[in-house]
Design a protein around this ligand. Structure first.
Ligand SMILES: [Zn+2]
Length: 69
């Protein structure tokens, strides 16, 4: 009687995923899918209405010389 292991599936590409002890990217099948998922979350962050100023905008604000000094 052979032991049948059920493997989870990658949430990104649906491929079978190696279990955690053999797969540092678990629950993803690969580093590629792992970073794809992270990208999805970071991308979504920019869709939030009323976003905060970007670091570049803040730098511009600080560098601007003051007119009424
Ligand atoms: Zn995958």
């Amino acid at each position: 009687m052979s032991e049948k292991k059920t493997r989870p599936h990658c949430p990104i590409c649906r491929a079978e995923v190696e279990l955690l002890d053999q797969n540092k990217d678990f629950p993803f099948c690969s580093e590629r899918c792992k970073s794809k998922d992270l990208g999805k979350w970071f991308g979504g962050a920019y869709l939030v209405p009323g976003r905060a100023a970007s670091p570049e905008e803040i730098v511009e604000e600080v560098r601007r010389p003051r007119q009424n000094d």
